[in-house]
Write a protein that binds this ligand. Sequence first.
Ligand code: CP
Length: 312
Amino acid sequence: MQFNKKHILDIESLDPEEISMILDTAEGMKEISRRPVKKVPTLRGKTIVLFFQEPSTRTKLSFDTAAKRLSADSISISKASSSIVKGETLIDTVRNLEAMNPDIIVLRHSSSGAPHLISKRVKSSVINAGDGIHAHPSQALLDMMSVREKKGKIRDLKISIIGDIAHSRVARSDITGFSKMGANIFVCAPQTMIPMGIENLGCTVSPNIEACLDEADIVMMLRIQKERQGNTLFPTEREYALRFGLDKTRMALAKKDVTIMHPGPMNRGVEISSDVADCSNSMILEQVTNGVALRMALFYLLSGGSRHADSN
Ligand code: CP
């Protein structure tokens, strides 16, 4: 089966069959990273631009690693190292990148909609690596891959997402993706961090964290996105941690085999305690490992690959 999408801009534009195809392909890619020589020639001759206008550790390095493991040439630019600081617009910058004939542009941007805008102006494929508070599709896909791998399915699981839902592009993409794949999603946060109409994405707003944890198969903790909050939306970090943080005592309210997730970066002692972040139920670092395979799958499929990767 051929993958027919030119861009990966959000989860809304992927149907469940396409999501399954990406996850299946990523599963196949994972084995390459376990080899002594972690490189295949599949995308030799392809050029991938990584254009990150916001800081990133996991997303940028995993896209870069993914490109290198498939033998593509990856080129990185950031806002600080580009001529954007001299007044060049995003569109002009991207048109200049386009003039160098890349195959795929990966963009992280502080403005919601920036990847959609550039996808209309360039011939290359565009992958959204996180835009404002809008979407982070590759994170949601790697989260779905991780849940499917851990629990053997996504359908009918209770997935609780706790934290700054209002400012989290991960929350929006995860709610949309997991709900498309048949999970039951619950969200919990201070009232000031629950956006109006969030239920329309396919989730239930939980009255309190205890209800969210009860019978949960997956608990995903989210960081408070201070960089996107205009005013302070909660009294103190200490109070937030007491009411909405996950520590071992609170975790006991969930099932024994509950899986703890976090997209990172974590603020230990605020939304998650160290004893939870590092416990055996946590798959936070496995999410990062899966992020490389998932991004290899995106590059491969956007370059014309079919479901079962010929990894050579
Ligand atoms: N999950 C995530 O997007 O992390 P980074 O900001 O480090 O890329």
